[in-house]
Design a protein around this ligand. Structure first.
Ligand code: BMA
Length: 340
C-alpha cells in the first residue's frame, strides 16, 4: 500500500482525537458559583436598573473589590465599587456612585462610562482603570488611575471611537506601556495592542488577535474580557466572541496565549469556546445570552481564577477555574488554524 506523506505541520488526528475525548470527559473549565447571581439590582443602596460587567481586583487588605458598571434608570452607566472579604457575599457597596461620567470636563462621556478593566501597576503603585466612554462619536477608551478607588486621576480618552474592551498590561514592555483594545475598522472588530511612553500618547498599533470568519463562534467580532493573566508560558487571555443569529447575539468566551515579551505574538488559540450562556440568569435579562467578564482575582494558591462576569447585562456572577487547566486545555484544543 502506498503511503502518502502528510506535511509536517498537519496535526496527528489519531493522537489528537484520543486526547480530546479524554479532555472532554473532564469537568468544565469554569464552575458557576452556587450563590449566583452574586450581585443584582436589589442589592444596591440607591435606585438602579442593572449591575454588570465589573472590573475586579484583590486589594492589599485582602478584600475583593468589584468596580461595577451600573446602568441607571435613564439608561446611562456609571461605576460603583463593592467590597467583600470573601469575594462572594457580604458586599459593602458605596452609598453613591464611585466614578461618574464627567461630561463637562470630558464631553466624550456624555452618555456614560462602562465596562472597566483594572490593572495594578507596581511601578506607579496605582490601579489603572481602562473603561469605555460613550458619546455621540460612539464608544472610546478612557483611562483613570487611582490608589484607593475613592479619588481618581482621569486621563480622558486615550483611544478615540470606535474602540472599547481595553486593559493595560501591568508593566512596561521594552520601556513602553502596552494597552490591549478593540477598535472597529473596515478590517473588522479585532483585538489590537498599542504602546505608549507615558500612558497619554499611543502608537505602534498592531493587530493582536483577529476575529475568525464565516461560521465560527468567534467570527467577525471579538474583544478582550478580563485583563491578561501572566503565566510562565505567556499571557493567558480570555476573549469574547459574538455570534450573530436570527434571534440576537450570543456572547461566549474563548482562550488564547501570547508571548510574554512580544504580546502581539499569539502562541496558541483554542478552537471552541470554553464558557457560554447556559444558566437562566445568563440566558435571560436586559440583553439575553451574554456572559461578559471584565475582571478576575487569583487565589492564594496561584492557580484558582475567580472570574467575575456580567450576566445578560443585568447582574454579576462568579465562576471559578484553574490556570493550569486552561493551559492544559489549550495544548489539546488549538489544532486548526487553516479554517479561519
Ligand atoms: C458589548 C458591550 C457590553 C455588553 C455587551 C452585550 O458591546 O457593550 O457592555 O455587555 O455588548 O450587550
Amino acid at each position: 500500500m502506498t503511503s502518502i506523506a502528510l506535511p509536517a505541520s498537519w496535526p496527528d488526528y489519531t493522537v489528537t482525537k484520543q486526547k480530546k475525548s479524554e479532555a472532554d470527559a473532564e469537568t468544565p473549565l469554569f464552575t458557576r458559583h452556587p450563590r449566583n447571581p452574586i450581585l443584582g439590582r436589589k442589592d444596591w443602596p440607591y435606585p438602579i436598573n442593572s449591575v454588570f460587567n465589573a472590573g475586579a481586583v484583590k486589594l492589599a487588605d485582602g478584600d475583593t473589590l468589584l468596580l461595577c458598571r451600573i446602568e441607571d434608570r435613564r439608561g446611562l452607566s456609571h461605576l460603583c465599587a463593592a467590597r467583600s472579604t470573601n469575594g462572594v457575599d457580604g458586599w459593602r457597596i458605596d452609598d453613591e456612585p464611585t466614578l461618574m461620567a464627567s461630561p463637562r470636563d470630558f464631553p466624550e462621556e456624555i452618555w456614560g462610562i462602562e465596562d472597566p478593566r483594572i490593572t495594578y501597576v507596581p511601578e506607579l503603585q496605582q490601579y489603572a482603570i481602562a473603561y469605555t466612554s460613550f458619546a455621540r462619536g460612539g464608544p472610546g477608551v478612557s483611562l483613570a488611575l487611582t490608589k484607593d478607588f475613592r479619588s481618581f486621576e482621569r486621563y480622558g480618552v486615550i483611544m478615540p471611537p470606535e474602540d472599547k474592551d481595553a486593559a493595560l498590561l501591568p508593566g512596561k514592555i521594552d520601556g513602553r506601556w502596552a494597552l490591549i483594545h478593540r477598535p472597529v475598522t473596515t478590517l473588522g472588530a479585532h483585538m489590537w495592542i498599542s504602546y505608549s511612553p507615558d500612558l497619554r500618547h499611543w502608537g505602534s498599533h498592531k493587530v493582536m488577535l483577529e476575529a475568525r470568519r464565516g461560521g465560527w463562534w468567534d467570527a467577525n467580532k471579538i474583544g478582550l474580557c478580563s485583563p491578561p493573566i501572566e503565566t510562565a508560558r505567556g499571557w493567558l487571555v480570555l476573549y469574547h466572541g459574538v455570534r450573530h443569529t436570527a434571534s440576537g447575539s450570543i456572547y461566549r468566551l474563548g482562550l488564547a496565549l501570547f508571548d510574554l515579551d512580544k504580546p502581539d505574538l499569539c502562541l496558541q488559540r483554542g478552537d471552541s469556546w470554553i464558557f457560554g450562556p447556559e444558566a437562566p440568569y445568563e440566558r435571560g435579562g436586559d440583553v439575553s445570552d451574554v456572559v461578559f467578564p471584565c475582571g478576575q482575582t487569583i487565589a492564594e494558591d496561584g492557580d484558582t481564577i475567580n472570574l467575575y462576569y456580567g450576566a445578560a447585562d443585568s447582574c454579576m456572577a462568579l465562576a471559578t477555574g484553574s490556570i493550569r487547566a486552561l493551559l492544559g486545555w489549550l495544548d489539546l484544543h488549538c489544532s486548526s488554524t487553516s479554517a479561519r
